[in-house]
Design a protein around this ligand. Structure first.
Ligand SMILES: NC(=O)c1ccc[n+]([C@@H]2O[C@H](COP(=O)([O-])OP(=O)(O)OC[C@H]3O[C@@H](n4cnc5c(N)ncnc54)[C@H](O)[C@@H]3O)[C@@H](O)[C@H]2O)c1
Length: 255
């Protein structure tokens, strides 16, 4: 039985992960962490300042984090102090925060960190990489949409898309929206939609005279991210310390 603590337990993803862990036969919730204490699927939920006591007492195998970037860095450091494996789905990290997490887990904890745990999105990234190699001289636009409460923009998934495009088509300037008289140069347009309860839409357009190729992915339910996070959980427990991507979990070529 894999013992699980969820950080961001009261949030949209925390609740979805909690429900799926609760319904599985090989995983068990042993605690939750959020801004306030309480209960999480009949187990103790503590405020984030008490995370060390919870990890000491419950001795989980894995800490799953879906919070906000600043909090996630602290949670990763706490897990590393207790040699607990990690699955981190939080997005919006700076390069410095990524380095702090890598330094913290080194020698202590294996961690899967991914801006998107959907299996389909990880395959989409690989298809995008293959397509981009062939479409270097096309105009490229990236469009993403999420629910009205999403905090960071563009999404972590869109940032991964931009990183793949930079790697495969050469680094181009990013144009975040357009207004007024705008002459198109060799840029990538990035467009963000926020509204209602959109779970997660991403599209990449490759356009040239007379034609457009569109690659797109739509998530219908955040259970898709939670189920991917549980695939990563089962994979990462017992691995050597260090940072892994969902590409490692799914045996895909590159993030
Ligand atoms: N990687 C993926 O597949 C994936 C999928 C969906 C969402 N996300 C990301 O996961 C994160 C959470 O998304 P959400 O929709 O669940 O957000 P949410 O706002 O519903 O939940 C976040 C939770 O974290 C809690 N929190 C904030 N600070 C905390 C702290 N210091 N300690 C403990 N808990 C704290 C909040 O109280 C809240 O309950 C976001 O960064 C989002 O972009 C990633």
């Amino acid at each position: 039985m894999i013992k699980v603590v969820v950080c961001g337990a009261s949030g949209r993803m925390g609740q979805t992960v909690g429900r799926m862990v609760h319904e599985s036969s090989d995983l068990k919730i042993v605690g939750g962490v959020d801004l306030k204490g309480g209960t999480f699927f009949n187990e103790e939920q503590v405020a984030s300042k008490d995370i060390d006591q919870l990890l000491e007492k419950k001795k989980p195998d894995i800490l799953i984090d879906f919070t906000v970037a600043g909090a996630a860095v602290e949670n990763v450091k706490a897990a590393a102090r207790h040699n607990v494996a990690l699955v981190v789905g939080t997005t919006g990290f700076t390069m410095e925060q990524r380095k702090v997490m890598a330094d913290a887990v080194a020698g202590h904890s294996p961690a899967v960190i991914s801006s998107n745990f959907s299996v389909g999105v990880n395959i989409f990234w690989q298809v995008l990489r293959d397509a981009a190699k062939l479409l270097k001289d096309y105009d490229i636009e990236v469009i993403e949409g999420h629910h009205r409460n999403k905090k960071d923009a563009p999404s972590g998934t869109a940032k991964t898309i931009l990183q793949i495009l930079d790697e495969e088509t050469g680094t181009r300037q990013k144009m975040y929206g357009r207004e007024g008289i705008t002459e198109r140069k060799n840029e990538i347009g990035v467009h963000v939609i926020r509204g209602g309860d959109i779970v997660g839409d991403h599209a990449v357009l490759f356009s040239k005279n007379f034609e457009t190729i569109t690659l797109s992915h739509r998530a219908y339910d955040r259970a898709v991210f939670a189920s991917g996070a549980l695939i990563a959980t089962r994979w990462v427990v017992g691995k050597k310390p260090g940072i892994y991507g969902m590409n490692d979990v799914l045996n895909l070529s590159k993030k």
